[in-house]
Design a protein around this ligand. Sequence first.
Ligand code: ADP
Ligand code: GN1
Ligand code: MG
Length: 374
Amino acid sequence: MSNQRLSVDTMQAIAAMFKIDGDVTACRPYGSGHINATHAVTMAEGEQQRRYIFQRINETIFKDVPALMQNVCRVTEHIRLKLEEIPGSEPDRETLTVIPTRADESYLETENGEFWRVYTFIEDALTYDIPRSDRQIMEAARAFGRFQALLVDMPAPPLNETIPDFHNTPQRFATLEAAIAADTAGRAGACGADIEFALGQKAMTTIVTDGLARGDLPARVTHNDTKINNVMLDNRTGAGICVIDLDTVMPGSLLYDFGDQVRSTVGDFKENERELGRVYAQMNRFEALVTGYAATAGEAMTAAEVDLLPQAGPLITYEIGLRFLTDFLQGDIYFRTAHPTENLDRARTQFALVQSLQQHEDEMRQIVKQAGLA
Ligand code: ADP
Ligand code: GN1
Ligand code: MG
């Protein structure tokens, strides 16, 4: 889904359907997410200006928007109620606030089949695509760990599965195999070595799914998309204040959430970095991540989870590499791309990081141990 600039009039028409007063005075595409179309919208009412996030939900990826928004509302309300009990917390900045439509729905379905939602804009905080310091990594990890801890007592029923088999790595592998065989975009010839690497790592695919199936690993309410730019850091204090992008919150393994933090924080490079010499894992970064995550989620972790922490990063990095490579082969039908080889660039970067992480597995085990977890 593209994220083009829309006119103020278009946004005004959408805004009018939601319970927000005032007029749209400015709007622009915002952020660097790969899935939804996100806009920062300024609204004025008299002297007062307020910003909002208007998001067009990607309905080709999220097939059941009502079920997705039900999850978002349940999760944000649960967190809000708990935060209200914690002295000094700021529920309006520490969880997303869904603005309802005038018909009291959590989303709008337009006549042409678009789905829109509105959140209040969390001011004085930012997301980062590449963390700028170990402190940022630690603060982001603390926030994801806290998110995990706040949801441990989420009441039944289980959340809806917004994307079935989202982290089913063996299935992601099978989908890649099918994409190679079909070669619908005629691109398989351009990435032979990458395909070979991907297929050669098959043994890794079952690490977490087997544990979940056997019951050795607990199924939890997890975020499932803990890329560093899905947490907002406070501009003044630097603290991780709000976990965002809740579309994939559903039953999963804590190892998915830990692993995607590893993927998106251990290096100082972009997700689509083409200079692979820059793509390597730095253990001071991993240590900052473990310290932050242990501080807030450590208590809840089981021994079996702790044991797999050093493997979670390589696994999730590999899984997302499989997905980028699959999307390249299928002609870029899933992730937003800026140019025709971007998905291949992203896949190569992930696979280079997998190899670097694999070389550091002993060190990672040592760091987990030193953090008092193992
Ligand atoms: P996607 O699913 O496409 O990744 P996100 O929900 O992550 O979309 O939003 C994209 C970006 O928009 C985020 O990385 C963040 O920078 C910004 N953003 C999202 N929600 C808010 C919010 N409530 N307040 C401020 N910024 C936000
Ligand atoms: C997508 O929405 P965004 O950009 O935060 C994707 C994640 C991938 C990530 C890779 C719903 O996340 O699973 O890990 O891109 N989200 C979905 O950058 O597929
Ligand atoms: Mg996002």
